[in-house]
Write a protein that binds this ligand. Sequence first.
Ligand code: ADP
Ligand code: MG
Length: 208
Amino acid sequence: MAPRNPFRPSFGITPTVVVGRELVTMNVGLALLEGPGSPYGFTLVSGPRGAGKTVLLNLLEEARYRGWTVLRVTSSHDMVDDLVATDIPALLRDITGKKTRRIVTGGSVAGIGSVTTQAESAFPVRESLRTLLHSLVTTLDDRDSGLFITVDEIHAARPADLHRLTDAIQNLVRDGLPVAMSVAGLPYEISALLDHPGTTFLRRACAV
Ligand SMILES: Nc1ncnc2c1ncn2[C@@H]1O[C@H](COP(=O)(O)OP(=O)(O)O)[C@@H](O)[C@H]1O
Ligand SMILES: [Mg+2]
């Protein structure tokens, strides 16, 4: 077999030889072992195009080998809709093995027999990014796992969507739940993200 070219020019594909990323991958790996509160749980990967941001995110996603579940968020115009309608429900289904959710419609009273009534929820809940992410991370926490979120090319997402995502994550951080995140973007995009009041927890994130 011909030797593989170690300098694969295609962007975003992990090269056969990755240089200079040992320290950050080790620190993020340790942060996942330590759990909530560890500074490297949140990393901001900023740099110009071609600096190796996507390759680094790919490496960090190896968190899945430490038992963490990876949610790769694709920055797009429909980012939050995709997460709420597809990505998070699909992960929940895979983790729990549940394909349907039964709505309670009846009950059984001992001695009398089975009584079935059509019950309608008095307070129907429409799932949001916040509630779905909370369900996902508590489900993982129950299984001694956690959620590692990666967001690449944040310029492709609407700022309002990014803020909804970071807001939902901040909510998980406040509850001490096992969530970690790495965000990659051009330097001015990363600083614009940090300027938003809903991203205060990210200001303590490690910049790499
Ligand atoms: N740590 C690294 N060691 C060696 N080559 C790298 C490294 N990081 C990136 N590269 C090379 O640079 C190219 C561009 O990296 P990429 O992650 O796509 O940059 P960015 O996402 O910042 O635009 C990759 O395809 C890869 O060949
Ligand atoms: Mg990239």
